[in-house]
Design a protein around this ligand. Structure first.
Ligand code: IPM
Ligand code: MG
Length: 372
């Protein structure tokens, strides 16, 4: 709770957060996330020092600079990074996404891409007969290897004999660290204590590395049940029996695809958040939706994904109560019916959604027994 005095929180209670609003709807949704974090800070007695970065299409078109090495270096000195969205139709596909999103993921070695798939209220779910009790899983997507590692290229580019290739690479260390993280997370989550490895080892021989590492590391976690599904079947199960999942560990590209499906069953891309994490280091938090250029500047995009990214950020820096307060406020918005959908036609604007979340936080804080 606020004390009513103008106390400056001690350094340990002050976090440095880098912000990249980015492109399209990115800046609008990030603004709401930031204000929501600010309110959480006020209620729970900590402070955030923000550093704004201009990177994105506008900046690139003006300066030809995507993500300078010096900025990446500076970001390492922060506790976390909040990112809105990157991508602009004026630029060739993927140029900025690779330079900025992948640039941060790889540059800071953020090997975990954590993507909770949680349904807040039944009316958001496109699946018949499924409710919040059925849809509550967390996906750990490997974030620094696979076809995203950039090993590939062209031969005889632009000719009839052109060859294009991109290698799916996995390293022992890379697989092991993300698998270990997933077992730890599954244990901590204490839901069904079941970790599902999702891969395509039946067709992609190299994925045998995942199979072996999963078994080996799993041996150290006798309390966690090991489960397995091929990616194609896992997509089918996610629609048919989402309740069968607890924690999932998956390689980078399959995880990218699987989590869009996950976003759809939790209500849509607008509600899904992610953390790009290296435990103990500056990590980056972002909604999983893109920049949606056609909705930019119209105050219609839902900020929920960005706000929930803010929740994950606070969890990461060590403010779990503040994080939980944001989660509870978002849940209240849906359960109370104040927000019926997160589509751009919800009738509740970006800024109104942010305001409603913060009102719920204030209300809950006022009703809560005094926090210490
Ligand atoms: C995501 C996105 C990115 C990815 C794109 C924008 C490069 O789809 O974060 O899921 O493929 O990882
Ligand atoms: Mg994606």
């Amino acid at each position: 709770m606020t004390t009513g005095r103008d106390e400056v929180p001690p350094l340990a209670n002050r976090y440095r957060v880098a912000v990249l609003g980015g492109d399209g709807i990115g800046p609008e949704v990030t603004r709401e996330a930031r204000e929501t974090i600010e309110l959480a800070a006020e209620i729970f007695g900590f402070a955030v020092a923000w550093t704004d970065y201009p990177f994105g299409a506008e900046h690139y078109l003006k300066t030809k600079e995507a993500l300078p090495a010096s900025a990446l270096e500076e970001m390492k000195g922060h506790d976390a990074i909040l990112l809105g969205a990157i991508g602009d139709p004026r630029l060739p596909v993927g140029v900025l996404e690779r330079a900025i999103i992948s640039g941060i993921r790889f540059g800071l070695d953020l090997y975990v891409n954590l993507r909770p798939i949680r349904l807040f209220a039944e009316h958001l779910c496109p699946l018949k007969g499924k409710g919040p009790r059925d849809i509550d899983l967390i996906v750990v997507r490997e974030n620094t290897e696979d076809v995203y590692a950039g090993i590939g290229g062209f031969l005889k580019k632009g000719t009839a004999d052109e060859v294009a290739m991109q290698e799916m690479i996995f390293t022992r260390k890379g697989v092991e660290r993300v698998v270990r993280y997933s077992f730890d997370l599954c244990r901590r989550r204490a839901k069904d204590k079941k970790l599902t490895l999702v891969d395509k080892a039946n067709a992609v021989g190299a994925m045998d590395l995942w199979t072996r590492v999963f078994e080996e590391v799993g041996g150290e976690y006798p309390d966690v049940t090991r489960d397995h599904a091929y990616i194609d079947a896992a997509c089918m199960w996610l629609v048919k029996n989402p309740e069968s999942f607890d924690t999932v560990v998956v390689s980078n590209m399959f995880g990218d695809i699987f989590t869009d499906l996950g976003a759809a069953i939790q209500g849509g891309m607008g509600v899904a958040a992610s953390g790009n994490i290296h435990p103990g280091k500056a990590s980056m938090f972002e909604p999983i939706h893109g920049s949606a250029p056609k909705h930019a500047g119209r105050n219609v995009a839902s900020p929920i994904g960005a706000v929930l990214a803010g929740q994950m950020l606070l969890e990461h820096v060590g403010q779990p109560a503040a994080a939980a307060a944001i989660g509870a406020a978002v849940e209240d918005l849906f359960v109370s019916g104040r927000l019926r959908s997160i589509g751009t036609d919800s009738g509740v604007s970006t800024t109104q959604q942010g305001t409603l979340i913060r009102e719920a936080m204030r209300r809950m804080a006022a009703n809560a027994p005094a926090a210490s």
